[in-house]
Design a binder for this molecule. Structure first.
Ligand SMILES: [Zn+2]
Ligand SMILES: [Zn+2]
Length: 241
């Protein structure tokens, strides 16, 4: 957890610098952020078609659009050219904690945030909806790393799906739904054991996950060079007793 927090604290200031120009462009009025749909001078083709129902439509549209973009950005980050340079710091955490939610290489974290900032430059977005969605995204990102598998849903990309991603790498790249993973052929259904309280923490289940995970680490990364602190503090995860 300490290492996850350190990685996050190193990255956030750099991500914030890259994000600042988006906010500058927004406050200078170059985006489609709006106060009131009928405010004078505000127009967008979508508002002509959907009228005031767009006030509700923007929520699913925001999720649909950003889920699609993040799927492809995240999938690209797993390409061997980008993976080792940019995305591997986030995959240091095989079994993440909530503190891994923002523990990224700064360019990795930034690139996965671009769809959220891009959205109001393409589609209208009400300013309070923007804040509500921003808050929701932060909480969601923490929740999918927290190992509490509440939803065993075939549609929602919850904590169990994202745990599968950290354990087995090249599956479940999505952020909110399983839609793009299903269409892109990268969906992997969470192990049913994750939802059974006793077997979730059982040594047998952990050992099975470790064997499979280590095979995939070799496939994806070659040599596993993870270390989690000075040698005297390094605990072998090879076999859980
Ligand atoms: Zn990943
Ligand atoms: Zn993650």
């Amino acid at each position: 957890m300490r290492l996850e927090i350190q990685q996050t604290l190193r990255s956030i200031p750099i991500m914030a610098i890259f994000t600042a120009p988006w906010f500058v462009a927004e406050v200078r009025g170059h985006s489609f952020i709006y106060d009131n749909i009928s405010a004078p001078g505000f127009s967008h083709p979508f508002l002509k078609y959907f009228g005031s129902s767009y006030n509700w439509l923007q929520f699913p549209l925001f999720i649909f659009f950003t889920d699609f973009c993040i799927y492809w950005i995240h999938r690209a980050l797993h390409h061997p050219i980008l993976y080792k340079r940019l995305h591997k710091p986030h995959h240091k955490w095989i079994m993440p904690t909530p503190f891994a939610s923002h523990a990224f290489h700064p360019l990795d974290g930034y690139s996965q945030s671009v769809p959220y900032h891009l959205f109001p430059f393409i589609f209208p977005l009400q300013k309070f909806a923007y804040i509500a969605l921003f808050t929701f995204i932060q909480i969601w990102t923490v929740m999918i790393h927290d190992g509490e598998y509440v939803a065993n849903s075939p549609i929602i990309n919850g904590a169990a799906c994202h745990t599968m991603h950290h354990l087995y790498f090249n599956y479940n790249y999505g952020q909110f739904t399983t839609l793009w993973d299903r269409l892109g052929g990268s969906y992997r259904q969470p192990n049913p054991e994750l939802f059974q309280k006793e077997s979730k923490m059982a040594a047998d289940e952990w050992n099975r996950q470790v064997v499979e995970m280590e095979k995939l680490v070799q496939e994806v990364e070659g040599e596993d060079d993870r270390s989690y602190g000075p040698p005297e503090h390094t605990v072998s995860v090879k076999k859980v007793q």
